[in-house]
Design a protein around this ligand. Structure first.
Ligand code: BDR
Ligand code: CA
Length: 321
């Protein structure tokens, strides 16, 4: 039976890929998508989410969520975000991982009236069976829902989070972007008592995606497959110039790796059940601190150190086929 999933996104190029993989794969029953600010302001991440739904011809509801973090924008001083060096395409145009708005028609159908955290509370209170939550943006929506009603945890089967990094960071010297963007929310979610699987940069960078995948998608030649192939090719260009991976001419496609894990858990390797805490202060704000000791009294997170690139690419392409 397909697994029931609610997806939380700050769409974003790799978020778009996560939405498409979740919608298209037969093993996932996508109940709803919630937007949050992150890669862009909320207005844009929400509109980008709606544009992807229309590209897919999808009928899942979209709920607009939080426009800022719990307290992160009020706290100073914190380590400022590291700016990427600029990247350019072959014509000399400036490019980046995430466009403000996708080059897709403006959405016709809009989001639901209910705000995302309220939707979580309502839905989970009434759920007849546990639901899996996949959060691939800052964790604000979930933290707010848990503040309103911590008991909703009873109906959460698992929370899969794209965030954090042990050996790799990207927002600051210490922190990955999603966790850095709202460290207090992340710390709250990591301690909510649900089963939590964390897919950090260590996993997403080792599950690199290359041009062979975008070429396979172009052969499938649907609007969604072609759009995804374009996103992958831009990400490869940006990675080559700003964050080169171990294998040249590849990119990290962070967010859909969480969906791939639900389809085949073996896509994540070296998964260690341990204590993970989030720093909320000073130069380490947003850092995920992972206890690697053998003896730990308290363990709250399954932290994946590695991803399998071949398995990931196969699952990804299969969904679009
Ligand atoms: C994460 O940050 C965002 O920019 C991406 O969409 C991904 O969720 C990677 O650090
Ligand atoms: Ca994201």
């Amino acid at each position: 039976m397909a697994r029931k999933v609610i997806l939380d996104v700050d769409t974003g190029s790799d978020d778009a890929c996560a939405i498409m993989l979740a919608y298209l794969h037969k093993d996932i029953d996508l109940i709803a998508v919630c937007s949050v600010k992150g890669n862009q302001p909320l207005k844009n991440t929400n509109e980008n989410t709606l544009r992807i739904r229309e590209l897919l011809g999808g009928d899942f509801p979209v709920y607009k969520g939080c426009a800022s973090g719990l307290v992160s924008d009020l706290i100073t001083p914190r380590m400022p975000r590291t700016r990427n060096v600029d990247a350019y395409d072959e014509n000399g145009n400036k490019i980046s991982f995430h466009k403000e708005l996708f080059d897709l028609p403006e959405s016709v159908k809009k989001e639901e009236d209910v705000p995302a955290p309220v939707f979580y509370v309502d839905y989970l209170r009434r759920a007849k069976e546990p639901v899996t939550l996949v959060a691939v943006g800052p964790l604000t929506n979930l933290a707010v829902a848990l503040l309103i009603d911590p008991d909703i945890v009873k109906n959460i089967e698992e929370i899969v989070i794209m965030g954090g990094g042990h050996h790799i960071t990207n927002a600051t010297i210490a922190a990955e972007f999603n966790i850095y963007d709202d460290p207090e929310a992340a710390q709250r979610v990591l301690h909510c008592g649900a089963k939590i699987t964390m897919v950090p940069l260590d996993a997403t960078h080792s599950a690199y995606i290359g041009k062979d995948t975008s070429q396979k998608l172009r052969k499938i030649n649907t609007p969604a497959a072609n759009f995804t192939a374009d996103l992958i090719d831009v990400r490869i260009l940006v990675h080559n110039q700003c964050q080169p991976l171990e294998v040249p001419d590849t990119c990290a496609l962070h967010d859909p790796l969480c969906i791939a894990y639900l389809i085949d858990p073996d896509v994540l390797k070296d998964v260690f059940f341990c204590n993970v805490e989030v720093s909320t202060s000073g130069i380490t704000a947003g850092q995920t601190i992972v206890d690697n000791r053998a003896h730990q009294e308290y363990r709250n997170v399954r932290f994946a150190y590695r991803g399998d690139p071949q398995k990931f690419a196969d699952i990804f392409v299969e969904a679009f086929e």
